[in-house]
Write a new protein. Structure first.
Length: 202
Protein backbone atom coordinates (compact mmCIF):
# COMPACT_ATOMS: atom_id res chain seq x y z
CA UNK A 1 0.00 0.00 0.00
CA UNK A 2 1.47 3.39 -0.95
CA UNK A 3 2.31 5.75 1.90
CA UNK A 4 -0.38 8.25 0.86
CA UNK A 5 -3.03 5.54 0.71
CA UNK A 6 -1.92 4.13 4.07
CA UNK A 7 -2.12 7.61 5.60
CA UNK A 8 -5.60 8.11 4.18
CA UNK A 9 -6.66 4.70 5.45
CA UNK A 10 -5.36 5.51 8.93
CA UNK A 11 -7.15 8.84 8.92
CA UNK A 12 -10.36 7.21 7.71
CA UNK A 13 -10.08 4.59 10.44
CA UNK A 14 -9.67 7.24 13.11
CA UNK A 15 -12.62 9.20 11.76
CA UNK A 16 -14.82 6.11 11.60
CA UNK A 17 -13.83 5.03 15.10
CA UNK A 18 -14.36 8.53 16.47
CA UNK A 19 -17.75 8.81 14.83
CA UNK A 20 -18.87 5.52 16.34
CA UNK A 21 -17.44 5.90 19.82
CA UNK A 22 -18.55 9.50 20.09
CA UNK A 23 -22.17 8.64 19.33
CA UNK A 24 -24.58 9.56 22.12
CA UNK A 25 -25.01 6.85 24.74
CA UNK A 26 -28.73 6.82 23.99
CA UNK A 27 -27.97 5.24 20.60
CA UNK A 28 -26.52 2.19 22.38
CA UNK A 29 -28.91 0.87 25.05
CA UNK A 30 -26.22 -1.26 26.69
CA UNK A 31 -23.74 1.60 27.00
CA UNK A 32 -26.48 3.94 28.16
CA UNK A 33 -27.49 1.56 30.94
CA UNK A 34 -23.90 1.16 32.08
CA UNK A 35 -23.27 4.91 31.99
CA UNK A 36 -26.24 5.55 34.29
CA UNK A 37 -24.95 3.26 37.01
CA UNK A 38 -23.44 4.98 40.06
CA UNK A 39 -19.73 4.35 40.44
CA UNK A 40 -20.45 2.09 43.42
CA UNK A 41 -22.50 -0.24 41.20
CA UNK A 42 -19.85 -0.60 38.52
CA UNK A 43 -17.85 -3.83 38.64
CA UNK A 44 -14.81 -4.07 40.85
CA UNK A 45 -11.51 -4.61 39.01
CA UNK A 46 -11.21 -8.13 40.47
CA UNK A 47 -14.62 -9.21 39.11
CA UNK A 48 -13.18 -10.24 35.76
CA UNK A 49 -16.30 -11.19 33.78
CA UNK A 50 -18.34 -8.25 35.06
CA UNK A 51 -15.50 -5.87 34.32
CA UNK A 52 -15.15 -7.32 30.83
CA UNK A 53 -18.85 -6.78 30.20
CA UNK A 54 -18.53 -3.19 31.45
CA UNK A 55 -15.60 -2.47 29.12
CA UNK A 56 -17.29 -4.07 26.11
CA UNK A 57 -20.49 -2.13 26.83
CA UNK A 58 -18.75 1.23 27.08
CA UNK A 59 -15.92 0.91 24.54
CA UNK A 60 -18.10 0.84 21.43
CA UNK A 61 -17.75 -2.90 20.70
CA UNK A 62 -21.46 -3.27 19.96
CA UNK A 63 -21.31 -0.32 17.56
CA UNK A 64 -19.52 -2.48 14.98
CA UNK A 65 -19.49 -6.13 16.04
CA UNK A 66 -23.25 -6.34 16.71
CA UNK A 67 -25.37 -5.98 13.55
CA UNK A 68 -27.69 -2.99 13.69
CA UNK A 69 -31.30 -2.99 12.54
CA UNK A 70 -34.20 -0.56 12.56
CA UNK A 71 -35.96 -0.59 15.93
CA UNK A 72 -39.06 1.27 17.13
CA UNK A 73 -36.96 4.33 17.93
CA UNK A 74 -34.57 4.16 14.99
CA UNK A 75 -31.34 2.25 14.34
CA UNK A 76 -30.19 0.07 17.23
CA UNK A 77 -27.94 -2.95 17.80
CA UNK A 78 -29.70 -6.29 17.32
CA UNK A 79 -28.81 -7.83 20.68
CA UNK A 80 -30.18 -11.20 19.59
CA UNK A 81 -27.02 -11.36 17.46
CA UNK A 82 -24.75 -9.62 19.96
CA UNK A 83 -21.11 -9.39 18.89
CA UNK A 84 -21.56 -11.98 16.13
CA UNK A 85 -20.08 -9.75 13.42
CA UNK A 86 -21.15 -9.15 9.85
CA UNK A 87 -24.08 -11.46 8.99
CA UNK A 88 -22.91 -14.28 6.73
CA UNK A 89 -26.16 -14.12 4.75
CA UNK A 90 -25.74 -10.42 3.93
CA UNK A 91 -23.74 -10.35 0.69
CA UNK A 92 -22.58 -6.80 0.11
CA UNK A 93 -22.70 -5.33 -3.42
CA UNK A 94 -19.62 -3.65 -4.87
CA UNK A 95 -18.50 -0.72 -2.75
CA UNK A 96 -19.38 2.77 -4.02
CA UNK A 97 -16.52 4.66 -5.63
CA UNK A 98 -15.20 7.30 -3.25
CA UNK A 99 -12.86 9.05 -5.67
CA UNK A 100 -10.13 11.26 -4.24
CA UNK A 101 -12.25 12.76 -1.46
CA UNK A 102 -13.32 14.45 0.62
CA UNK A 103 -15.54 11.37 1.25
CA UNK A 104 -13.35 8.38 2.11
CA UNK A 105 -15.47 5.74 3.85
CA UNK A 106 -18.76 3.93 3.14
CA UNK A 107 -20.56 1.99 5.89
CA UNK A 108 -23.26 -0.69 5.60
CA UNK A 109 -26.59 -0.04 7.32
CA UNK A 110 -25.74 -2.90 9.71
CA UNK A 111 -22.53 -1.11 10.80
CA UNK A 112 -20.69 -4.36 10.05
CA UNK A 113 -19.12 -3.71 6.62
CA UNK A 114 -16.80 -0.83 5.77
CA UNK A 115 -15.27 0.30 2.49
CA UNK A 116 -12.34 2.67 2.19
CA UNK A 117 -8.82 2.97 0.78
CA UNK A 118 -7.96 -0.38 2.43
CA UNK A 119 -10.69 -2.22 0.51
CA UNK A 120 -13.74 -3.74 2.22
CA UNK A 121 -13.58 -5.04 5.79
CA UNK A 122 -16.17 -6.92 7.82
CA UNK A 123 -16.48 -6.96 11.59
CA UNK A 124 -15.50 -10.23 13.25
CA UNK A 125 -17.59 -12.73 15.13
CA UNK A 126 -16.47 -12.37 18.76
CA UNK A 127 -18.72 -15.09 20.18
CA UNK A 128 -17.14 -18.38 21.33
CA UNK A 129 -18.33 -20.42 18.35
CA UNK A 130 -15.40 -22.78 17.63
CA UNK A 131 -15.75 -22.72 13.84
CA UNK A 132 -16.69 -19.12 13.03
CA UNK A 133 -15.91 -17.15 16.19
CA UNK A 134 -13.24 -17.03 18.89
CA UNK A 135 -14.02 -20.42 20.39
CA UNK A 136 -10.56 -21.81 19.68
CA UNK A 137 -8.67 -18.68 20.63
CA UNK A 138 -6.67 -18.52 23.84
CA UNK A 139 -6.44 -15.41 25.96
CA UNK A 140 -2.90 -14.98 24.64
CA UNK A 141 -4.22 -15.05 21.05
CA UNK A 142 -6.71 -12.34 21.98
CA UNK A 143 -4.15 -10.11 23.67
CA UNK A 144 -1.65 -10.60 20.84
CA UNK A 145 -4.29 -9.42 18.34
CA UNK A 146 -4.68 -6.10 20.14
CA UNK A 147 -0.97 -5.71 20.83
CA UNK A 148 0.22 -6.44 17.27
CA UNK A 149 -2.76 -5.48 15.09
CA UNK A 150 -2.74 -8.97 13.55
CA UNK A 151 -5.12 -11.88 14.01
CA UNK A 152 -3.87 -13.90 16.99
CA UNK A 153 -0.63 -11.91 16.68
CA UNK A 154 0.51 -13.78 13.59
CA UNK A 155 -2.26 -13.68 10.97
CA UNK A 156 -3.49 -11.01 8.60
CA UNK A 157 -3.53 -7.34 9.54
CA UNK A 158 -6.57 -6.07 11.43
CA UNK A 159 -8.22 -3.51 9.16
CA UNK A 160 -10.13 -0.25 9.80
CA UNK A 161 -12.33 0.76 11.46
CA UNK A 162 -11.05 -1.40 14.33
CA UNK A 163 -9.31 1.20 16.55
CA UNK A 164 -6.31 -0.93 17.47
CA UNK A 165 -4.34 2.22 18.24
CA UNK A 166 -6.89 3.02 20.96
CA UNK A 167 -7.45 -0.42 22.44
CA UNK A 168 -3.71 -1.09 22.51
CA UNK A 169 -3.64 1.30 25.47
CA UNK A 170 -5.72 -1.12 27.55
CA UNK A 171 -3.89 -3.06 30.24
CA UNK A 172 -3.40 -6.81 30.07
CA UNK A 173 -5.91 -7.07 32.91
CA UNK A 174 -8.51 -5.18 30.85
CA UNK A 175 -7.95 -7.41 27.82
CA UNK A 176 -8.14 -10.55 29.96
CA UNK A 177 -11.42 -9.30 31.41
CA UNK A 178 -12.84 -8.66 27.93
CA UNK A 179 -11.80 -12.14 26.84
CA UNK A 180 -13.37 -13.68 29.95
CA UNK A 181 -16.64 -11.91 29.24
CA UNK A 182 -16.66 -12.87 25.55
CA UNK A 183 -16.35 -16.53 26.59
CA UNK A 184 -19.68 -16.25 28.42
CA UNK A 185 -21.64 -15.15 25.34
CA UNK A 186 -23.93 -17.55 23.49
CA UNK A 187 -21.96 -19.05 20.61
CA UNK A 188 -23.36 -17.81 17.31
CA UNK A 189 -22.40 -19.75 14.19
CA UNK A 190 -21.81 -16.94 11.72
CA UNK A 191 -18.94 -17.17 9.26
CA UNK A 192 -17.90 -13.62 8.43
CA UNK A 193 -16.48 -13.16 4.91
CA UNK A 194 -12.83 -12.37 4.40
CA UNK A 195 -11.91 -8.76 3.60
CA UNK A 196 -11.62 -7.61 0.01
CA UNK A 197 -8.54 -5.83 -1.29
CA UNK A 198 -9.01 -2.39 -2.91
CA UNK A 199 -8.81 -3.71 -6.46
CA UNK A 200 -11.51 -6.31 -5.69
CA UNK A 201 -13.78 -3.99 -3.71
CA UNK A 202 -15.44 -2.33 -6.71
Amino acid sequence: MRASTRTLASAAALLAAAALTAAPAAANPTAAAEAKKPAAERPAPNDKVARGRYIVSTAGCHDCHTPWHMGPNGPEPDMSRALSGHPQDLAMPPAPKMGDGPWAVAIAATNTAYAGPWGVSYTANLTPDPDSGLGRWTVEDFKATIRTGRRAGRGREILPPMPIMVYNNMTDQDLEAIYAYLRTLPAVRNRVPEPRAPQAAN
